[in-house]
Design a binder for this molecule. Structure first.
Ligand code: RIB
Ligand code: CA
Length: 319
């Protein structure tokens, strides 16, 4: 019995690692990939997702999401992920045909097809999930569970001083998603920066990714290795040293295994009006709002074991 998973991502180097991990896990069936604008524009994200879906041999339909956020102008991060979204990687031409449905419609159809069974993963901005909720308000009850990479609760941001990228790109969408899923049978799992940044790729992991590409000859291994090299160069230029925070995979790993991290319940909302703090995910740790918890926040990550599980999965599948 495989677990159906829909991945909404702004591919992106770390998104590509998460997609590869899921495609290499025998217990997973990726039933849909939604291309969301974020790291790069939606057309570049979609090109990346189509190519990866073909090279990873997943039969998942790949749908293009909206051009940009619900309200604000789209911002992208070519410096972080490269102009094409996958760093130094050169994508081979892809014959993969896109699914003609919108990303929002793919969310709705995938959830309706397997009520109560589909696990949703949001690894980019929440724009298309928010649009899907407009089509199908029952989505929180149709999904088995939602897992999100996003936010920073008791931690600095990586986009604004207090905001994390996936939330900062479309704060209105994130706020609507958290509000709608507050009534979900199982609280969404939110993987904030303080959890995801514990997964540090160091030189050893960069070397291991390069060796995997050489030993396996797998085209996606080459893409990941070339993408990772760009990611290291960005983190070094950003003053973080020769390393990379690879955010998305731990959310996918925990969604699948329930291992390598734990969670704690918290009431979380998104700041929309703050002049300095717009896009901040605010966690009511002391219960001042009097609201019940609406998310399970990822914490106590076991970074080395998680990294070994991630890279080991790719090596087992490709070598
Ligand atoms: O803040 C990190 C997140 O923003 C990751 O999902 C990365 O891919 C970017 O989308
Ligand atoms: Ca992402």
């Amino acid at each position: 019995m495989t677990l159906p998973v829909l991945v909404d991502c702004d591919t992106g180097i770390d998104d590509a690692f998460a997609l590869s991990y899921l495609a290499c896990r025998p217990e997973v069936h990726v039933t849909g990939i939604v291309s969301s604008a974020g790291n790069v524009d939606v057309h570049a994200v979609h090109r990346n997702n189509l190519a990866l879906a073909e090279l990873l041999r997943t039969d998942a339909p790949v749908s293009r999401g909206a051009e940009g956020p619900l309200i604000q102008e789209l911002m992208t991060a070519a410096d972080t992920h490269g102009p094409g979204g996958l760093g130094h990687a050169a994508l081979p031409p892809s014959g993969r045909i896109e699914d003609p449905r919108s990303g929002a419609q793919l969310w709705v159809d995938a959830a309706r097809q397997q009520p109560g069974e589909l696990v949703g993963l949001v690894l980019g901005p929440h724009t298309n999930l928010a649009l899907a909720l407009e089509i199908e308000p029952e989505l929180p009850r149709l999904l088995k569970r939602l897992h999100i990479m996003g936010g920073a609760i008791n931690h600095r941001g990586n986009t604004g001083p207090t905001s994390e990228w996936n939330i900062a790109v479309d704060p209105e969408a994130a706020q609507r998603v958290l509000a709608a899923f507050s009534a979900a049978p199982r609280r969404p799992v939110l993987g904030p920066l303080e959890a995801t940044e514990t997964l540090r790729f160091e030189q050893a992991e960069l070397e291991r990714a390069r060796q995997l590409a050489e030993r396996s000859g797998h085209p996606v291994a080459a893409i990941l290795a070339d993408g990772l090299r760009w990611y290291f160069e960005f983190h070094e230029a950003d003053g973080l040293g020769w390393m990379a925070h690879v955010h998305d995979p731990i959310v996918a790993i925990h969604a699948l295994t329930g291992q390598f991290a734990s969670t704690y319940p918290l009431a979380v909302d998104v700041e929309l009006a703050g002049t300095l703090t717009r896009g901040q995910t605010v966690g009511d740790v002391l219960g001042r709002w009097g609201r019940p918890p609406n998310v399970e926040v990822l914490t106590a990550v076991q970074p080395h074991a998680a990294l070994e599980h991630l890279i080991g999965t790719l090596e087992t599948a490709w070598v």
